[in-house]
Design a protein around this ligand. Structure first.
Ligand code: PGA
Ligand code: ZN
Length: 440
C-alpha cells in the first residue's frame, strides 16, 4: 500500500523565542515525506492540552527529549503500516496511544507534531499543496482569511508594558489580501516612527510588535489610531482595532488587577471598562475580556457588547468542542480562536472549527507567542476556510513566513476568495446574537 506510513521519527529543535520545540518526520511507502514543528504559548489557558517538557536543569527544564522519545518509541510503532491519507484514523490512534485527558502522558506537542507531519506527507503523496489537502480533509471551500495584526504588545508578551496583551489592527477596508497586508506593513512602520518621535523603545515583543512602556492602557489605543492616520489611512474605515485582554492573566484573588493605571476591578467593572473602550475607539473585536472560567460574566458581556463587536474566546474555549458547547448554551462569546496545540491533533481542530461554523461563531486561526519558521498555519486557515487569522506583527521571520505563504496561496486562488470585511462585520448569526453592521 503506497500510502502506508513506513517511518515516524522526531527531534528537538528551537522556536522563534529560542526555546526547545519538537519536530516530527513521517515517511510513506511511496517515498513521500512530511515534517512539522509545533508552536508554544506563554499566556496559556488553564484548560489547554498538556505540553510535555523534560523538567530538570537541562535547558531550564524546557527540553523536549521526553516528547521525542514518546514519538519514536510509542507513537511510531502504532502508526507504521497505517494509511497517511486517513487523517481521522491516524489521529484516533494518537489519542488512544495517550489515553489521558489533555493528552497529558505523551503530550499534545508529541501528538500534534505527528498529526501535522502525517498531513504534510499525505499532501506530498497526493501532489497537492498543503492548504488543498486540509480543505479536502475538512470538506471546505478554501478561502483567504482577514488578518488581524499585532501592533503593540503587553501582558505576558511584553513584561513592563501595558496590562493588555495585544493591540491589533484589522485592515477591514482592504478589498484583497495583498492590500490588507500592505496596510498593516505601513501602519507598523508608522507606529515605529511614532515611537521614535516620542523617544520610546522600538524593541520587539514576543509576537514581533512593539512593547513600549505605557502609563495608561488607553494610550495603546490612541497610538494605534495615530499610527493608522500617520500611514495615510482612516481609522475605523480602512483599519479598525482589535484587542486581546488575556484577562485570566490579570486575576488575583477573584479580582482583576491592572497597573496602568492601578485599578482593582470586579467582573462588572471590567465589563464596563471594556464597553467604554468600545465606545471611545474604533474597536471591532475583543478577545478574552474576562477570566476563562467566568461563564456568567462572559454571557453578560456578550449580551451587552456582542451585537456591536466580535467577542472572542481563546483561553475560554481552548479549541475544545465541549467548552464551545458550554459557550453556546450560555451565550458566551460570538467568535473562537483556533490553536491546534491547545487541543492536540488536526482532526480535533477540524471538529472544533466545524462546530463553531455550525453554531454561528466566527473562526480565527491563531499562532502562538512561541512560533516556528513553518507556514502550516496559513495553509490550515485557508484550507479550513476560517474567517480571520491572527499571526502577530508583520515582522520577524516566524510571523512573515505565514503572511508570505498567504500571499503565495492568494496567487493560486480565484480573486473572490478573500473573506474581507464580511469576515468580521457583524450580521445576524445562527447563535442568536443579533446582528447589525459594526458602525465604527
Ligand atoms: P499565547 O498568546 O500564544 O502566549 O497563548 C496568544 C494569545 O493569547 O492569543
Ligand atoms: Zn489570546
Amino acid at each position: 500500500m503506497s500510502e502506508a506510513i513506513t517511518d515516524v521519527t522526531a527531534r528537538e529543535l528551537y522556536d522563534g523565542r529560542g526555546q526547545p520545540t519538537l519536530e516530527a518526520c513521517v515517511t510513506m511507502e511511496s517515498g513521500a515525506t512530511g515534517r512539522a514543528m509545533v508552536p508554544s504559548g506563554a499566556s496559556t489557558g488553564r484548560h489547554e492540552a498538556v505540553e510535555v517538557r523534560d523538567g530538570g536543569t537541562r535547558l531550564r527544564g524546557q527540553g523536549v527529549r521526553r516528547a521525542v522519545a514518546a514519538v519514536r518509541e510509542i507513537l511510531a510503532p502504532r502508526l507504521i503500516g497505517h494509511s497517511a491519507l486517513l487523517q481521522a484514523d491516524v489521529d484516533a490512534i494518537l489519542i488512544a496511544a495517550d489515553n489521558t485527558p489533555g493528552h497529558a502522558q505523551l503530550g499534545a506537542n508529541s501528538l500534534l507534531a505527528v498529526s501535522l507531519a502525517v498531513a504534510h506527507a499525505a499532501a506530498a503523496h497526493r501532489h497537492v499543496p498543503l492548504w488543498r489537502h486540509f480543505a479536502d480533509l475538512a470538506g471546505t471551500l478554501p478561502r483567504l482569511p482577514l488578518p488581524m495584526i499585532n501592533l503593540f504588545s503587553g501582558g505576558r508578551h511584553a513584561p513592563g508594558g501595558a496590562d493588555l496583551q495585544d493591540y491589533l489592527i484589522v485592515p477591514r477596508g482592504a478589498t484583497n489580501l495583498e492590500m490588507a497586508i500592505e496596510m498593516a506593513v505601513n501602519v507598523r512602520l508608522a507606529a515605529a516612527d511614532l515611537l521614535r518621535t516620542r523617544k520610546r523603545s522600538t524593541l520587539l515583543a514576543d509576537e514581533g510588535g512593539f512593547g513600549p512602556r505605557l502609563t495608561r492602557n488607553s494610550i495603546g489605543f490612541l497610538w494605534s489610531v495615530e499610527a493608522i492616520e500617520r500611514a495615510g489611512l482612516v481609522a475605523g474605515a480602512d483599519v479598525s482595532l482589535a484587542l486581546d485582554v488575556a484577562a485570566s492573566q490579570l486575576v488575583r484573588d477573584g479580582q482583576y488587577v491592572l497597573r496602568r493605571p492601578p485599578q482593582t476591578l470586579s467582573t462588572e467593572a471590567l465589563t464596563t471598562l471594556v464597553e467604554s473602550w468600545v465606545e471611545c475607539y474604533p474597536l471591532v473585536s475583543v478577545e478574552d475580556p474576562l477570566d476563562e472560567d467566568d461563564w456568567v460574566g462572559w454571557a453578560h458581556l456578550t449580551a451587552r457588547l456582542g451585537s456591536r463587536i466580535q467577542v472572542v474566546g481563546d483561553d475560554l474555549f481552548t479549541t475544545h468542542t465541549g467548552r464551545l458547547q458550554q459557550g453556546v448554551r450560555v451565550g458566551a462569546a460570538n467568535a473562537v480562536l483556533v490553536k491546534c496545540n491547545q487541543v492536540g491533533t488536526l482532526s480535533e481542530t477540524i471538529g472544533f472549527v466545524q462546530l463553531a461554523k455550525q453554531t454561528g461563531y466566527r473562526t480565527i486561526a491563531s499562532a502562538r507567542s512561541g512560533e516556528t519558521e513553518e507556514h502550516w498555519l496559513a495553509d490550515l486557515a485557508v484550507g479550513l476556510g476560517v474567517d480571520q487569522i491572527k499571526i502577530g506583527a508583520t515582522r520577524t521571520a516566524e510571523r512573515t513566513a505565514k503572511y508570505n505563504q498567504l500571499l503565495r496561496i492568494a496567487d493560486e486562488l480565484p480573486p473572490n476568495s478573500y473573506a474581507g470585511r464580511l469576515a468580521i462585520d457583524r450580521g445576524p448569526t445562527a447563535n442568536g446574537h443579533d446582528g447589525g453592521d459594526v458602525r465604527k
